[in-house]
Design a protein. Structure first.
Length: 119
């Protein structure tokens, strides 16, 4: 089991702070209440129940105790992820810093003229 793996498991216990999950590979994990879903959860029992089959993503694994920190929220966010629109970028032109470099000498000259007027 590695960080980032998506696994199936069964809810075996629920506490106010999270839910315990028995994974397919006989490892126990905890889904902290903040990792169940996006947003505020006032009652964990409204979201999960004992015996419920869930798909989770591994956030961390303790190699010594064989316990895992799990998340359902990251899988939810993956489903809702949209393409980012960069309205104010020139990424599609692949110009990098060239426009700034082209204007740099003009800006320096303009600044020097301004400073000479101030003296």
């Amino acid at each position: 089991m590695n960080i980032g793996d998506k696994l199936k498991g069964t809810i075996t216990g629920i506490k106010p702070y999270g839910a315990f999950v028995q994974l397919e590979n006989d490892i126990t994990g905890l889904i902290h209440i903040s990792e169940i879903k996006t947003g505020f959860i006032d009652n964990i029992h409204k979201c999960l129940s004992i015996g419920q089959e869930v798909t989770v993503q591994v956030l961390d694994v303790d190699e010594y105790t064989q316990k895992a920190s799990l998340s359902m929220r990251t899988l939810e966010e993956d489903r809702h992820q949209m393409m980012h629109r960069h309205r104010f970028s020139s990424n599609r032109h692949r110009t990098g810093f060239k426009p700034l470099n082209d204007k740099l000498s003009e800006w320096i000259d303009e600044s020097l003229r301004f400073l000479k007027r101030e003296e």
